[in-house]
Design a protein around this ligand. Structure first.
Ligand code: SER
Length: 595
Protein backbone atom coordinates (compact mmCIF):
# COMPACT_ATOMS: atom_id res chain seq x y z
CA UNK A 1 0.00 0.00 0.00
CA UNK A 2 1.39 3.40 -0.94
CA UNK A 3 1.15 6.61 1.10
CA UNK A 4 -1.49 7.94 -1.26
CA UNK A 5 -3.51 4.74 -0.90
CA UNK A 6 -3.24 4.76 2.87
CA UNK A 7 -4.48 8.35 3.03
CA UNK A 8 -7.49 7.45 0.89
CA UNK A 9 -8.23 4.26 2.83
CA UNK A 10 -8.11 5.95 6.19
CA UNK A 11 -10.43 8.69 5.06
CA UNK A 12 -12.86 6.17 3.55
CA UNK A 13 -12.95 4.11 6.71
CA UNK A 14 -13.97 7.05 8.84
CA UNK A 15 -16.29 8.55 6.27
CA UNK A 16 -18.19 5.26 6.31
CA UNK A 17 -18.50 5.82 10.05
CA UNK A 18 -20.14 9.23 9.66
CA UNK A 19 -17.01 11.39 9.85
CA UNK A 20 -16.83 14.53 7.70
CA UNK A 21 -13.58 14.95 5.78
CA UNK A 22 -11.79 18.19 6.55
CA UNK A 23 -8.90 19.57 4.54
CA UNK A 24 -5.52 20.00 6.14
CA UNK A 25 -4.47 23.51 7.05
CA UNK A 26 -1.38 25.61 6.49
CA UNK A 27 1.98 24.55 7.92
CA UNK A 28 2.19 27.98 9.55
CA UNK A 29 -0.15 28.22 12.52
CA UNK A 30 -2.51 31.15 12.83
CA UNK A 31 -2.80 32.93 16.16
CA UNK A 32 -0.38 30.65 17.93
CA UNK A 33 2.87 32.15 19.11
CA UNK A 34 4.18 29.04 20.85
CA UNK A 35 5.19 27.08 17.79
CA UNK A 36 6.71 27.97 14.44
CA UNK A 37 4.97 25.20 12.51
CA UNK A 38 1.88 23.04 12.68
CA UNK A 39 3.14 20.00 14.54
CA UNK A 40 0.10 17.72 14.70
CA UNK A 41 -3.27 17.21 13.10
CA UNK A 42 -4.99 18.50 16.21
CA UNK A 43 -3.16 21.80 16.11
CA UNK A 44 -5.58 23.70 13.83
CA UNK A 45 -8.47 22.09 15.72
CA UNK A 46 -7.62 23.42 19.18
CA UNK A 47 -10.56 25.88 19.32
CA UNK A 48 -12.95 23.03 18.54
CA UNK A 49 -11.35 20.70 21.05
CA UNK A 50 -11.91 23.50 23.58
CA UNK A 51 -15.62 23.64 22.89
CA UNK A 52 -16.22 25.78 19.80
CA UNK A 53 -18.66 24.04 17.47
CA UNK A 54 -17.04 22.88 14.22
CA UNK A 55 -19.01 23.73 11.07
CA UNK A 56 -18.48 20.22 9.64
CA UNK A 57 -19.92 18.51 12.70
CA UNK A 58 -18.76 16.40 15.62
CA UNK A 59 -16.95 13.61 13.78
CA UNK A 60 -14.02 14.63 11.59
CA UNK A 61 -11.34 12.89 9.58
CA UNK A 62 -8.42 14.41 7.74
CA UNK A 63 -4.76 14.51 6.88
CA UNK A 64 -2.50 17.31 8.09
CA UNK A 65 0.97 18.21 6.83
CA UNK A 66 3.23 18.72 9.82
CA UNK A 67 6.76 19.85 10.58
CA UNK A 68 8.64 18.91 13.72
CA UNK A 69 12.12 20.25 14.04
CA UNK A 70 12.81 19.16 17.60
CA UNK A 71 14.96 16.30 16.36
CA UNK A 72 16.45 17.91 13.31
CA UNK A 73 19.86 16.62 14.35
CA UNK A 74 18.57 13.05 14.33
CA UNK A 75 17.42 13.33 10.74
CA UNK A 76 19.63 11.09 8.73
CA UNK A 77 18.91 7.98 10.77
CA UNK A 78 16.42 5.42 9.49
CA UNK A 79 13.25 6.87 11.00
CA UNK A 80 13.39 10.59 11.72
CA UNK A 81 11.68 13.09 9.47
CA UNK A 82 11.08 16.81 9.80
CA UNK A 83 8.11 16.94 7.43
CA UNK A 84 5.47 14.24 7.69
CA UNK A 85 1.79 13.71 7.12
CA UNK A 86 -0.49 12.87 10.00
CA UNK A 87 -3.82 11.18 9.54
CA UNK A 88 -6.40 11.78 12.22
CA UNK A 89 -9.96 11.26 13.29
CA UNK A 90 -11.63 13.46 15.83
CA UNK A 91 -14.68 13.27 18.01
CA UNK A 92 -15.81 16.63 19.31
CA UNK A 93 -17.95 15.60 22.21
CA UNK A 94 -19.35 12.60 20.31
CA UNK A 95 -17.84 9.13 20.83
CA UNK A 96 -15.13 8.53 23.39
CA UNK A 97 -12.59 5.93 24.45
CA UNK A 98 -14.43 2.70 23.73
CA UNK A 99 -15.55 3.57 20.21
CA UNK A 100 -12.28 5.27 19.33
CA UNK A 101 -10.30 2.19 20.33
CA UNK A 102 -12.70 -0.07 18.45
CA UNK A 103 -12.30 2.03 15.29
CA UNK A 104 -8.51 1.83 15.54
CA UNK A 105 -8.65 -1.91 16.12
CA UNK A 106 -10.93 -2.46 13.12
CA UNK A 107 -8.97 -0.26 10.77
CA UNK A 108 -5.66 -1.83 11.73
CA UNK A 109 -6.63 -5.48 11.83
CA UNK A 110 -9.58 -6.14 9.48
CA UNK A 111 -8.51 -7.68 6.20
CA UNK A 112 -10.51 -5.22 4.11
CA UNK A 113 -8.59 -2.35 5.75
CA UNK A 114 -4.95 -2.71 6.82
CA UNK A 115 -5.09 -6.39 7.82
CA UNK A 116 -2.27 -6.21 10.39
CA UNK A 117 -2.24 -9.40 12.52
CA UNK A 118 -3.34 -8.60 16.09
CA UNK A 119 -0.27 -10.50 17.38
CA UNK A 120 1.90 -7.73 15.99
CA UNK A 121 0.16 -5.04 18.05
CA UNK A 122 0.58 -3.88 21.59
CA UNK A 123 -0.57 -0.73 23.33
CA UNK A 124 0.22 1.57 26.20
CA UNK A 125 -2.29 3.33 28.45
CA UNK A 126 -1.97 5.93 31.21
CA UNK A 127 -0.95 4.49 34.60
CA UNK A 128 -2.41 7.38 36.63
CA UNK A 129 -0.79 9.70 39.15
CA UNK A 130 -1.71 12.28 41.78
CA UNK A 131 -3.30 14.56 39.18
CA UNK A 132 -5.38 12.16 37.07
CA UNK A 133 -6.57 8.57 37.58
CA UNK A 134 -5.35 5.36 35.91
CA UNK A 135 -7.03 4.82 32.55
CA UNK A 136 -8.67 1.46 33.23
CA UNK A 137 -11.38 2.22 30.71
CA UNK A 138 -9.00 2.21 27.75
CA UNK A 139 -7.27 -0.93 28.97
CA UNK A 140 -10.65 -2.68 29.32
CA UNK A 141 -11.65 -1.56 25.84
CA UNK A 142 -8.51 -3.14 24.36
CA UNK A 143 -8.98 -6.33 26.34
CA UNK A 144 -12.58 -6.71 25.19
CA UNK A 145 -11.30 -6.67 21.59
CA UNK A 146 -9.05 -9.64 22.23
CA UNK A 147 -5.74 -7.94 22.95
CA UNK A 148 -4.01 -10.06 25.63
CA UNK A 149 -3.39 -8.39 28.99
CA UNK A 150 0.38 -8.74 28.59
CA UNK A 151 0.20 -6.59 25.47
CA UNK A 152 -1.39 -3.70 27.39
CA UNK A 153 1.19 -1.66 29.27
CA UNK A 154 0.41 1.01 31.85
CA UNK A 155 2.93 3.83 31.57
CA UNK A 156 3.39 7.13 33.42
CA UNK A 157 2.52 10.66 32.37
CA UNK A 158 5.74 11.21 30.44
CA UNK A 159 4.73 8.42 28.04
CA UNK A 160 0.93 8.44 28.02
CA UNK A 161 -0.31 11.95 28.38
CA UNK A 162 -0.82 14.45 25.59
CA UNK A 163 -1.01 18.17 25.53
CA UNK A 164 -1.73 20.87 25.99
CA UNK A 165 -0.14 22.17 22.81
CA UNK A 166 0.71 25.44 24.57
CA UNK A 167 1.14 26.26 28.25
CA UNK A 168 -2.59 25.84 28.84
CA UNK A 169 -5.39 24.12 26.96
CA UNK A 170 -7.00 20.75 26.29
CA UNK A 171 -5.14 17.60 27.32
CA UNK A 172 -5.64 14.10 28.60
CA UNK A 173 -4.43 10.50 28.72
CA UNK A 174 -3.67 8.68 25.51
CA UNK A 175 -3.35 5.14 24.29
CA UNK A 176 -0.49 4.56 21.90
CA UNK A 177 -0.51 1.69 19.44
CA UNK A 178 2.73 -0.06 18.57
CA UNK A 179 3.77 -2.46 15.85
CA UNK A 180 6.31 -5.13 16.69
CA UNK A 181 8.78 -5.35 13.80
CA UNK A 182 9.73 -8.85 14.93
CA UNK A 183 13.27 -8.06 16.10
CA UNK A 184 14.50 -9.73 19.29
CA UNK A 185 13.83 -7.84 22.54
CA UNK A 186 16.81 -5.73 23.58
CA UNK A 187 16.50 -6.79 27.24
CA UNK A 188 14.10 -8.02 29.88
CA UNK A 189 12.47 -4.58 30.20
CA UNK A 190 12.02 -4.09 26.45
CA UNK A 191 8.41 -3.00 25.88
CA UNK A 192 6.45 -0.53 23.74
CA UNK A 193 8.07 2.85 24.20
CA UNK A 194 11.56 1.28 24.29
CA UNK A 195 13.86 3.03 21.84
CA UNK A 196 15.63 -0.07 20.51
CA UNK A 197 13.47 -0.17 17.40
CA UNK A 198 11.50 -3.33 18.12
CA UNK A 199 8.27 -1.44 18.76
CA UNK A 200 7.22 1.33 16.39
CA UNK A 201 4.46 3.67 17.44
CA UNK A 202 1.99 4.00 14.59
CA UNK A 203 -1.08 5.58 16.10
CA UNK A 204 -1.89 7.70 19.11
CA UNK A 205 -5.42 8.13 20.42
CA UNK A 206 -5.65 11.07 22.79
CA UNK A 207 -8.61 11.42 25.08
CA UNK A 208 -8.98 15.11 25.79
CA UNK A 209 -10.70 15.11 29.14
CA UNK A 210 -9.09 18.04 30.91
CA UNK A 211 -8.21 21.64 30.46
CA UNK A 212 -4.93 22.68 31.98
CA UNK A 213 -5.21 26.12 33.53
CA UNK A 214 -2.53 28.79 33.92
CA UNK A 215 -2.11 27.72 37.57
CA UNK A 216 -1.24 24.16 36.49
CA UNK A 217 -4.54 22.64 37.62
CA UNK A 218 -6.59 20.17 35.54
CA UNK A 219 -10.31 20.85 35.26
CA UNK A 220 -12.58 18.35 33.49
CA UNK A 221 -13.65 19.47 30.03
CA UNK A 222 -17.40 19.89 29.70
CA UNK A 223 -17.25 18.06 26.38
CA UNK A 224 -14.54 15.35 26.24
CA UNK A 225 -13.00 14.87 22.80
CA UNK A 226 -10.92 12.33 20.92
CA UNK A 227 -7.89 13.36 18.88
CA UNK A 228 -5.94 10.66 17.09
CA UNK A 229 -2.82 10.82 14.98
CA UNK A 230 -1.29 8.23 12.66
CA UNK A 231 2.03 8.87 10.96
CA UNK A 232 1.65 8.15 7.25
CA UNK A 233 5.29 7.50 6.34
CA UNK A 234 5.87 5.13 9.23
CA UNK A 235 2.70 3.16 8.76
CA UNK A 236 3.35 2.75 5.06
CA UNK A 237 6.87 1.47 5.77
CA UNK A 238 5.42 -1.16 8.08
CA UNK A 239 2.72 -2.21 5.65
CA UNK A 240 5.33 -2.61 2.94
CA UNK A 241 7.54 -4.62 5.26
CA UNK A 242 10.32 -2.06 5.01
CA UNK A 243 12.81 -1.35 7.74
CA UNK A 244 12.92 2.37 7.13
CA UNK A 245 10.64 5.17 6.00
CA UNK A 246 13.28 5.91 3.36
CA UNK A 247 12.72 2.54 1.68
CA UNK A 248 9.18 3.34 0.51
CA UNK A 249 8.00 4.96 -2.70
CA UNK A 250 7.97 8.30 -0.89
CA UNK A 251 11.76 8.53 -1.02
CA UNK A 252 13.01 5.65 -3.17
CA UNK A 253 12.85 7.41 -6.56
CA UNK A 254 14.84 10.36 -5.23
CA UNK A 255 17.38 8.04 -3.67
CA UNK A 256 17.65 6.16 -6.96
CA UNK A 257 18.37 9.37 -8.79
CA UNK A 258 21.07 10.41 -6.31
CA UNK A 259 22.65 6.95 -6.65
CA UNK A 260 22.66 7.29 -10.40
CA UNK A 261 24.38 10.63 -10.43
CA UNK A 262 26.92 10.04 -7.68
CA UNK A 263 27.62 6.42 -8.51
CA UNK A 264 27.20 5.64 -4.82
CA UNK A 265 25.00 2.78 -3.70
CA UNK A 266 22.46 3.49 -0.95
CA UNK A 267 23.10 1.00 1.83
CA UNK A 268 26.80 0.61 1.11
CA UNK A 269 28.22 3.25 3.42
CA UNK A 270 26.62 4.60 6.60
CA UNK A 271 27.94 8.16 6.19
CA UNK A 272 26.73 8.43 2.61
CA UNK A 273 23.36 6.97 3.57
CA UNK A 274 22.98 9.65 6.20
CA UNK A 275 23.69 12.38 3.70
CA UNK A 276 21.26 10.91 1.19
CA UNK A 277 18.49 10.79 3.80
CA UNK A 278 19.17 14.34 4.96
CA UNK A 279 18.83 15.57 1.37
CA UNK A 280 15.57 13.62 0.85
CA UNK A 281 13.98 14.80 4.05
CA UNK A 282 15.12 18.40 4.05
CA UNK A 283 14.30 19.12 0.44
CA UNK A 284 10.81 17.65 0.84
CA UNK A 285 10.24 19.79 3.94
CA UNK A 286 11.60 22.92 2.24
CA UNK A 287 9.34 22.41 -0.79
CA UNK A 288 6.30 22.26 1.48
CA UNK A 289 7.34 25.25 3.58
CA UNK A 290 8.02 27.53 0.61
CA UNK A 291 4.98 26.16 -1.24
CA UNK A 292 2.64 26.67 1.69
CA UNK A 293 -0.24 29.07 1.11
CA UNK A 294 1.27 31.19 3.87
CA UNK A 295 4.67 30.59 2.33
CA UNK A 296 7.75 31.38 4.33
CA UNK A 297 11.07 32.35 2.76
CA UNK A 298 14.54 31.77 4.14
CA UNK A 299 15.49 34.38 6.74
CA UNK A 300 17.33 34.74 10.01
CA UNK A 301 14.34 34.46 12.34
CA UNK A 302 11.58 32.06 13.25
CA UNK A 303 10.23 29.70 10.64
CA UNK A 304 12.40 31.36 7.99
CA UNK A 305 15.50 30.40 9.92
CA UNK A 306 14.40 26.78 10.20
CA UNK A 307 13.84 26.77 6.46
CA UNK A 308 17.26 28.30 5.84
CA UNK A 309 18.82 25.64 8.02
CA UNK A 310 17.04 22.83 6.19
CA UNK A 311 18.16 24.07 2.78
CA UNK A 312 21.70 24.75 3.89
CA UNK A 313 22.06 21.39 5.56
CA UNK A 314 20.81 19.69 2.39
CA UNK A 315 23.31 21.61 0.28
CA UNK A 316 26.12 20.71 2.61
CA UNK A 317 25.28 17.03 2.53
CA UNK A 318 25.05 17.16 -1.25
CA UNK A 319 28.57 18.52 -1.31
CA UNK A 320 29.70 15.74 1.00
CA UNK A 321 28.38 13.25 -1.52
CA UNK A 322 30.29 15.02 -4.24
CA UNK A 323 27.16 16.36 -5.91
CA UNK A 324 28.18 19.59 -7.56
CA UNK A 325 24.57 20.47 -8.19
CA UNK A 326 21.94 19.54 -5.62
CA UNK A 327 19.35 18.98 -8.38
CA UNK A 328 16.73 21.19 -6.77
CA UNK A 329 14.68 21.20 -9.92
CA UNK A 330 14.54 17.44 -10.16
CA UNK A 331 14.00 16.90 -6.47
CA UNK A 332 11.19 19.45 -6.34
CA UNK A 333 9.61 17.81 -9.38
CA UNK A 334 9.79 14.48 -7.56
CA UNK A 335 7.96 15.89 -4.52
CA UNK A 336 5.38 17.61 -6.70
CA UNK A 337 4.82 14.42 -8.71
CA UNK A 338 4.09 12.48 -5.56
CA UNK A 339 1.99 15.02 -3.70
CA UNK A 340 0.82 17.65 -6.18
CA UNK A 341 -2.64 16.19 -6.67
CA UNK A 342 -3.35 16.28 -2.95
CA UNK A 343 -1.51 19.52 -2.19
CA UNK A 344 -2.10 21.63 -5.32
CA UNK A 345 -0.31 24.59 -3.72
CA UNK A 346 3.07 22.98 -4.37
CA UNK A 347 2.32 22.28 -8.04
CA UNK A 348 1.10 25.81 -8.56
CA UNK A 349 4.18 27.32 -6.98
CA UNK A 350 6.69 24.83 -8.37
CA UNK A 351 8.84 27.24 -10.36
CA UNK A 352 8.84 29.75 -7.55
CA UNK A 353 9.92 27.04 -5.09
CA UNK A 354 12.82 25.94 -7.30
CA UNK A 355 13.94 29.55 -7.79
CA UNK A 356 13.91 30.21 -4.05
CA UNK A 357 15.79 27.01 -3.26
CA UNK A 358 18.46 27.90 -5.80
CA UNK A 359 18.71 31.46 -4.56
CA UNK A 360 19.31 30.25 -1.02
CA UNK A 361 21.81 27.67 -2.24
CA UNK A 362 23.86 30.34 -4.01
CA UNK A 363 23.81 32.59 -0.99
CA UNK A 364 24.94 29.70 1.12
CA UNK A 365 27.75 28.66 -1.21
CA UNK A 366 29.15 32.17 -0.91
CA UNK A 367 28.87 32.00 2.87
CA UNK A 368 30.43 28.58 2.95
CA UNK A 369 33.42 29.65 0.95
CA UNK A 370 34.15 32.52 3.29
CA UNK A 371 33.28 30.62 6.47
CA UNK A 372 35.28 27.53 5.59
CA UNK A 373 38.33 29.60 4.73
CA UNK A 374 38.02 31.41 8.04
CA UNK A 375 37.53 28.16 9.94
CA UNK A 376 40.63 26.64 8.31
CA UNK A 377 42.60 29.70 9.36
CA UNK A 378 41.47 29.31 12.95
CA UNK A 379 41.93 25.54 13.07
CA UNK A 380 45.63 25.30 14.05
CA UNK A 381 45.03 27.53 17.06
CA UNK A 382 41.78 25.80 18.01
CA UNK A 383 43.57 22.45 17.95
CA UNK A 384 46.00 23.71 20.56
CA UNK A 385 43.12 24.34 22.97
CA UNK A 386 43.53 21.57 25.59
CA UNK A 387 39.74 21.26 26.10
CA UNK A 388 39.39 20.86 22.32
CA UNK A 389 36.48 23.23 22.56
CA UNK A 390 35.82 26.19 20.30
CA UNK A 391 34.94 29.21 22.46
CA UNK A 392 31.39 30.51 22.01
CA UNK A 393 32.62 33.96 20.98
CA UNK A 394 34.59 32.44 18.08
CA UNK A 395 31.54 30.52 16.88
CA UNK A 396 29.50 33.68 17.26
CA UNK A 397 31.95 35.72 15.21
CA UNK A 398 31.72 33.11 12.44
CA UNK A 399 27.96 33.49 12.58
CA UNK A 400 27.81 37.23 12.92
CA UNK A 401 30.53 38.23 10.48
CA UNK A 402 30.41 35.39 7.98
CA UNK A 403 26.77 34.27 8.35
CA UNK A 404 28.06 30.82 9.23
CA UNK A 405 25.32 28.91 11.10
CA UNK A 406 26.47 27.58 14.48
CA UNK A 407 25.17 24.12 13.60
CA UNK A 408 27.65 24.01 10.75
CA UNK A 409 30.47 25.19 12.97
CA UNK A 410 29.50 22.31 15.23
CA UNK A 411 29.57 19.87 12.34
CA UNK A 412 32.96 21.12 11.15
CA UNK A 413 34.22 21.03 14.71
CA UNK A 414 33.02 17.43 15.04
CA UNK A 415 34.84 16.45 11.88
CA UNK A 416 38.02 17.87 13.37
CA UNK A 417 37.65 16.24 16.77
CA UNK A 418 36.51 19.46 18.44
CA UNK A 419 33.31 20.69 20.08
CA UNK A 420 31.72 24.13 20.34
CA UNK A 421 30.98 25.82 23.63
CA UNK A 422 27.30 26.09 22.83
CA UNK A 423 26.24 27.68 26.10
CA UNK A 424 28.68 30.52 25.50
CA UNK A 425 27.52 30.86 21.90
CA UNK A 426 23.87 30.93 22.97
CA UNK A 427 24.61 33.67 25.45
CA UNK A 428 26.35 35.79 22.83
CA UNK A 429 23.51 35.11 20.42
CA UNK A 430 20.90 36.11 22.97
CA UNK A 431 22.64 39.39 23.63
CA UNK A 432 22.73 40.05 19.92
CA UNK A 433 19.05 39.17 19.59
CA UNK A 434 18.02 41.57 22.28
CA UNK A 435 19.61 44.40 20.39
CA UNK A 436 18.06 43.60 17.03
CA UNK A 437 14.49 44.33 16.12
CA UNK A 438 13.89 40.88 14.71
CA UNK A 439 15.37 39.41 17.83
CA UNK A 440 13.19 41.31 20.21
CA UNK A 441 10.12 40.23 18.29
CA UNK A 442 11.37 36.68 18.59
CA UNK A 443 11.61 36.97 22.33
CA UNK A 444 7.84 37.12 22.44
CA UNK A 445 7.61 33.54 21.32
CA UNK A 446 6.65 31.22 24.09
CA UNK A 447 3.47 32.94 25.24
CA UNK A 448 0.25 31.07 25.47
CA UNK A 449 -1.59 29.25 22.73
CA UNK A 450 -4.82 28.81 24.51
CA UNK A 451 -8.16 30.41 24.22
CA UNK A 452 -8.05 32.18 27.49
CA UNK A 453 -10.02 35.34 27.99
CA UNK A 454 -7.13 37.60 27.04
CA UNK A 455 -6.27 35.83 23.77
CA UNK A 456 -9.94 35.71 22.87
CA UNK A 457 -10.22 39.47 23.38
CA UNK A 458 -7.15 39.98 21.23
CA UNK A 459 -8.61 37.72 18.59
CA UNK A 460 -11.75 39.84 18.25
CA UNK A 461 -9.55 42.94 18.16
CA UNK A 462 -7.75 41.53 15.09
CA UNK A 463 -11.08 41.43 13.24
CA UNK A 464 -11.71 45.07 14.07
CA UNK A 465 -8.19 46.02 13.04
CA UNK A 466 -8.41 44.09 9.76
CA UNK A 467 -11.61 45.87 8.79
CA UNK A 468 -10.38 49.29 9.93
CA UNK A 469 -7.25 48.87 7.79
CA UNK A 470 -9.37 48.04 4.77
CA UNK A 471 -11.51 51.11 5.37
CA UNK A 472 -8.56 53.44 5.83
CA UNK A 473 -6.01 52.04 3.37
CA UNK A 474 -8.19 50.27 0.83
CA UNK A 475 -9.60 46.92 -0.19
CA UNK A 476 -6.18 45.61 -1.23
CA UNK A 477 -5.34 45.06 2.43
CA UNK A 478 -5.38 41.36 3.20
CA UNK A 479 -4.38 39.61 6.37
CA UNK A 480 -1.02 37.86 5.98
CA UNK A 481 -0.59 36.58 9.46
CA UNK A 482 -1.64 37.10 13.01
CA UNK A 483 0.20 36.23 16.16
CA UNK A 484 -1.21 36.71 19.63
CA UNK A 485 0.34 36.46 23.08
CA UNK A 486 -1.09 37.58 26.41
CA UNK A 487 0.95 40.76 26.09
CA UNK A 488 0.29 41.95 22.55
CA UNK A 489 -0.98 41.17 19.09
CA UNK A 490 0.94 41.29 15.88
CA UNK A 491 -0.92 41.62 12.63
CA UNK A 492 0.68 41.32 9.18
CA UNK A 493 -1.12 42.64 6.13
CA UNK A 494 -0.43 43.46 2.52
CA UNK A 495 0.22 47.13 1.86
CA UNK A 496 3.03 48.55 -0.25
CA UNK A 497 4.17 51.54 1.85
CA UNK A 498 4.59 52.62 5.45
CA UNK A 499 1.41 53.99 7.01
CA UNK A 500 1.38 57.69 7.79
CA UNK A 501 0.82 58.97 11.31
CA UNK A 502 -2.68 60.10 10.31
CA UNK A 503 -3.56 56.71 8.87
CA UNK A 504 -2.43 54.98 12.05
CA UNK A 505 -4.50 57.39 14.14
CA UNK A 506 -7.58 56.88 11.98
CA UNK A 507 -7.29 53.09 12.22
CA UNK A 508 -6.87 53.30 15.97
CA UNK A 509 -9.86 55.64 16.28
CA UNK A 510 -12.04 53.37 14.16
CA UNK A 511 -11.25 50.32 16.25
CA UNK A 512 -11.79 52.28 19.47
CA UNK A 513 -15.14 53.50 18.20
CA UNK A 514 -16.32 49.93 17.61
CA UNK A 515 -15.23 48.95 21.11
CA UNK A 516 -17.21 51.90 22.54
CA UNK A 517 -20.25 50.92 20.51
CA UNK A 518 -20.11 47.57 22.34
CA UNK A 519 -21.19 45.70 19.21
CA UNK A 520 -22.48 42.14 19.56
CA UNK A 521 -20.32 39.39 18.03
CA UNK A 522 -22.43 36.74 16.35
CA UNK A 523 -21.61 33.51 14.58
CA UNK A 524 -23.43 31.72 11.78
CA UNK A 525 -22.56 28.57 9.86
CA UNK A 526 -23.04 28.91 6.12
CA UNK A 527 -21.73 27.50 2.83
CA UNK A 528 -18.33 28.93 1.92
CA UNK A 529 -19.68 30.38 -1.33
CA UNK A 530 -22.54 32.04 0.48
CA UNK A 531 -20.10 33.47 3.03
CA UNK A 532 -17.97 34.98 0.28
CA UNK A 533 -21.01 36.37 -1.51
CA UNK A 534 -22.18 38.00 1.69
CA UNK A 535 -18.93 39.95 1.73
CA UNK A 536 -17.26 38.03 4.53
CA UNK A 537 -13.46 38.27 4.39
CA UNK A 538 -11.64 34.97 4.09
CA UNK A 539 -7.92 34.43 4.28
CA UNK A 540 -6.44 34.20 0.84
CA UNK A 541 -4.90 30.82 0.16
CA UNK A 542 -6.30 29.20 3.29
CA UNK A 543 -8.26 26.03 2.73
CA UNK A 544 -11.77 26.01 4.06
CA UNK A 545 -14.44 23.38 4.47
CA UNK A 546 -17.63 23.52 2.41
CA UNK A 547 -19.47 24.86 5.46
CA UNK A 548 -17.76 27.58 7.42
CA UNK A 549 -18.28 29.73 10.46
CA UNK A 550 -18.70 33.44 9.89
CA UNK A 551 -18.16 35.85 12.75
CA UNK A 552 -19.87 39.20 12.40
CA UNK A 553 -18.99 42.11 14.65
CA UNK A 554 -22.19 44.16 14.63
CA UNK A 555 -22.49 45.89 11.26
CA UNK A 556 -18.76 46.55 11.17
CA UNK A 557 -16.98 43.40 10.06
CA UNK A 558 -17.63 39.90 8.84
CA UNK A 559 -14.96 37.21 8.58
CA UNK A 560 -14.74 33.51 7.96
CA UNK A 561 -13.07 32.33 11.13
CA UNK A 562 -12.91 29.42 13.56
CA UNK A 563 -13.25 31.62 16.64
CA UNK A 564 -13.44 31.93 19.54
CA UNK A 565 -14.46 35.55 20.09
CA UNK A 566 -15.83 37.71 22.87
CA UNK A 567 -19.61 38.15 23.03
CA UNK A 568 -19.50 41.93 22.56
CA UNK A 569 -16.73 44.36 21.72
CA UNK A 570 -16.91 46.33 24.96
CA UNK A 571 -15.04 43.39 26.54
CA UNK A 572 -11.91 44.29 24.56
CA UNK A 573 -11.43 47.39 26.73
CA UNK A 574 -9.07 49.67 24.82
CA UNK A 575 -6.88 49.44 21.75
CA UNK A 576 -3.52 51.03 21.01
CA UNK A 577 -1.18 50.61 18.04
CA UNK A 578 2.37 50.60 19.34
CA UNK A 579 4.30 50.10 16.14
CA UNK A 580 3.90 49.91 12.40
CA UNK A 581 6.80 48.57 10.42
CA UNK A 582 7.83 46.54 7.41
CA UNK A 583 7.56 42.77 7.75
CA UNK A 584 8.70 41.69 4.29
CA UNK A 585 8.36 43.01 0.76
CA UNK A 586 4.84 44.40 0.37
CA UNK A 587 3.81 43.31 3.84
CA UNK A 588 3.47 45.63 6.85
CA UNK A 589 3.28 44.62 10.48
CA UNK A 590 1.31 46.25 13.27
CA UNK A 591 1.96 45.60 16.89
CA UNK A 592 -0.90 46.59 19.15
CA UNK A 593 -2.05 46.14 22.71
CA UNK A 594 -5.45 46.09 24.35
CA UNK A 595 -6.18 47.18 27.88
N1 SER B 1 -2.11 14.97 18.94
C1 SER B 1 -1.67 13.63 19.01
C2 SER B 1 -0.30 13.43 18.39
O1 SER B 1 0.25 14.30 17.77
C3 SER B 1 -2.66 12.75 18.33
O2 SER B 1 -3.06 13.30 17.14
O3 SER B 1 0.24 12.37 18.52
Amino acid sequence: MTANELRAKYTDFFKLRAHAEISGKSLIPENDPTVLFTTAGMHPLVPYLMGEPHPAGKRLVGCQKCIRTGDIDSVGDASHLTFFEMLGNWSLGDYFKKESIRYSYEFLTKSEWLGIPLERLSVTVFAGDGKAPRDGESAAAWESLGLPKECIHFLPREDNWWGPAGATGPCGPDTEIFYDVGAPACGSDCRPGCRCGKYLEIWNNVFMQYRKGADGSYAPLARPCVDTGMGVERTVAILQGKKSVYDTEVFRPVIGRIEQITGKRYGANAEDDRSIRVICDHVRAAVFIIGDPKGVLPSNVGAGYVLRRLIRRAVRHARKLGLADILFEELTQGVVGLYGHYYPEISEKKDFIVAELMREENKFLETLKKGEAEFEKLLPNLRKNPARMIPGRVAFRLYDTFGFPVELTEEFAGENGLTVNRAEFDEAYKKHQETSRAGSEQAFRGGLADHSEITTRYHTATHLLHKALRLVLGEHVAQKGSNITAERMRFDFSHPTAMTKEEIERVEALVTEQIRRDLPVTMTVVDLEEAKKSGATALFGEKYEARVKVYAVGDFSKEVCGGPHVAHTGLIGSFKIQKEQSSSAGVRRIRAVIG
